[in-house]
Design a binder for this molecule. Sequence first.
Ligand SMILES: [Zn+2]
Ligand SMILES: [Zn+2]
Length: 381
Amino acid sequence: MDEATLWRRHLHAHPEAGFAEHATAAFVAERLEGFGLEVARGVGGTGVVGTLRGQARGEGRAIALRADMDALCQTEAAPDRPWRSTVPGRMHACGHDGHTAALLAAARRLAARPDFSGTVHFLFQPAEEHGQGMQAMLDDGLLERFPFSEAYGFHNMPGLERGTCVAPEGPVMAAEDNFEVTITGRGGHAARPHMVIDPIVAAAAVVLELQQIVARRLDPSEPAVVSVTEVTTNGLRNVIPDWARLSGDCRSFRPEVSAAIEAEMRRIALSVAAAHGAAAEVVYTRSFVPTVNAAAPTAAARRAARAALGTVTESCPRMMTSEDFARLLERVPGCFVFFGNGTESPPLHNAAFDFDDRLLEPIAAWAEALVRDRLGLDGGV
Ligand SMILES: [Zn+2]
Ligand SMILES: [Zn+2]
């Protein structure tokens, strides 16, 4: 079995949540050192940066390739999988084990033949799932300590034919906002509703009215999602609660749309609650920015895919999911691509999901071709 597959299965069996990737980071750092790279540990918490300097003449430029390392706080449902998670409540359900192993394989390939001109920084970032790991690396001086002028990332994608590479230009993944709407009424006996102000009925009305934001307030040509995902109260079976809290998640591609969603949500929550005699408070936060692929890096990512895989798909429908790599693309131009994990693959974040090991070498080959394209002896195209 190829070593990269062994790495991937080891990581899969030992998942760690965001900012707790201690063993994963040590595993990555040891391998990078074994390939002869300069290694910085503890960048932005548990992040690792491996630096490989090309040995061809000339200064060359610097580029970065990035993988994410964190797992999800869910339990794997694959009892017959020999490399299943050994940690209850932790699972590599997004394939970051595969991303890490593939980037290690790319580092190994390039370290074995560093006949390029320039520098490659391999970024292994913590805590992608909650959108904090890349910002933590940036806050820790990523761009000052390891300067680079372009950045590339990738993600596996269930539902796409295995090994297919999709490299779209422009906005590819959405911004994510989160909200909490707290409706405060007055609790009391379930059998004496005329004595209370029922926050559940008010909250239910707010949930329904929030559906009007996308349906009736936003331009239909603007992709957006408003999802209420959680309802909590301090009630009991026979006690009407004092308060009800709605939590949820919004997606959009432009700051103006995000601002409009927030404004509409505040207006609806406050006025619907008031109609019920209740009060509402809205806390609205922004956790992910949109992922936007720049033109020249996208062209390079496509050339690399053609060189390594023979083909590339240049466009796909915009995805409403979000990606922490976008924080880096706000600062440095780059490209985020997708590799099909197979049409039979369970979805991402599903308890039966598994990264397909047959993607490891194609992704590593793409990354190697990309570095040779950008840091070729002629300085790249
Ligand atoms: Zn994920
Ligand atoms: Zn992911």
